[in-house]
Design a protein around this ligand. Structure first.
Ligand code: FA5
Length: 339
């Protein structure tokens, strides 16, 4: 019996089979239990011998089963590990990486340039009050120039800012001029009830710039704008300043850049003018300084507000501003920082 059992145990090739063998030999109906049950029919004198022998056989078999069980379990674990093995020498799957939006790339570029010239970068709220968006910028209620920027109103007093210029007023108010001049830029999103077309969006970006100090001149403004144009467009495009009107600057100018699409010849993108307007600027109006608590007899400065969306169109030859807002990844990945 022992030999037969040990043979069956060593040939059990998986755990279920081993268990069946165990039940067959050691179970209630197994041969060993049968022998022990039949003890009463054996002569008394032989009983201890038979008992001892059958116990030994049972111990041997139990031991063999346990040994075989751990062998089988070990084999299972080894197979599992072999299946899960990772070949670290295989080439990895390429992971597609995200990147800043092309307009954010232009804004980052502008920030780097101005930080290098000692400007601070300041953020302002997109939900603004009428006071900062208009009144503090020399645009009292019912001023006709308010129509220049058709505005989304939330209540009579609260609106979606139509320009980044309110950040000028907020910053001037807080600035301590005894500690030095004020030089800041403020990038952000603005909103207007403009009808969307190739160069207009109802939601777009602006970067405001402001410098207040003693003895600032129009020459400082011109030099700053030329540095900016060179940084962003290189020497490929011409920049022209033309007289304009903003209630918060006097005198005021607008800067145009050669239309990238027709290089000045005239096309539908530039409405046949040969130029694309990219920014408004001027010398800060004395009323604006006064309202912010700055003495216009002592201090003066320049301000500008540029449209990075238009800058991106010019730099990359994109003929419709709406492409920036459709968020088609095939369009956006063309402007990878690496490429
Ligand atoms: C202003 O918003 C003034 N706050 C700029 C300014 C600041 C002047 C400081 C003087 C001193 P304007 O409405 O022209 O000006 O807009 C400025 C720039 O924003 C434009 O030159 C253009 O580049 C961009 N822009 C204006 N409207 C849109 C639009 N609907 N979609 C895309 N870009 C626009």
């Amino acid at each position: 019996l022992k030999e037969k059992s040990l043979h069956e145990i060593s040939h059990a090739d998986h755990l279920k089979k081993l268990d069946a063998v165990r039940v067959n030999i050691l179970g209630k109906k197994g041969p060993l239990t049968e022998i022990l049950r039949g003890m009463k029919d054996i002569p008394k004198a032989d009983r201890p011998k038979v008992g001892e022998l059958s116990n030994r056989v049972r111990d041997n078999i139990t031991e063999a089963i346990e040994k075989r069980r751990s062998e089988l379990e070990k084999a299972i674990t080894e197979k599992k590990l072999a299946d899960e093995e990772i070949d670290v020498t295989l080439p990895g799957k390429p992971v597609s990486q995200g990147q800043p939006h092309v307009i954010q790339q232009i804004i980052d570029n502008i920030e780097d340039l101005f930080l290098g010239m000692g400007y601070q970068v300041i953020q302002g709220p997109e939900v603004e009050t009428d006071k900062y968006n208009f009144e503090m910028l020399n645009l009292p209620k019912d001023h006709p120039a308010r129509d220049m920027q058709d505005t989304f109103y939330i209540t009579d007093e609260i609106l979606m800012r139509s320009q980044t210029s309110p950040v000028q007023a907020r910053t001037m108010e807080k600035h301590d001029f005894s500690k030095g001049p004020l030089k800041m830029i403020s990038p952000g999103v603005v909103y207007r009830r403009d009808t969307d077309d190739a160069t207009h969006s109802h939601q777009f970006h602006q970067v405001e710039g402001l410098v207040i100090d003693k003895h600032i001149t129009m020459g400082d403004l011109k030099g700053t704008l030329e540095t900016l144009a060179k940084e962003l467009f290189g020497d490929r495009f011409e920049v022209r300043l033309r007289p304009s009107y903003f209630p918060f600057t006097e005198p005021s100018v607008e800067a145009d850049v050669t239309c990238f699409n027709c290089m000045g010849k005239g096309c539908s993108v530039c409405k046949h003018t040969g130029w694309i307007e990219v920014l408004g600027a001027g010398m800060v109006h004395p009323n604006v300084l006064k309202m912010a608590g700055v003495d216009p007899e002592v201090y003066g400065g320049f301000a500008f507000g540029l449209g990075p969306d238009r800058f991106a169109m010019l730099r990359y030859g994109v003929d419709d501003i709406r492409n920036f807002y459709l968020n088609d990844v095939r369009f956006l990945t063309q402007f990878s920082k690496k490429g």
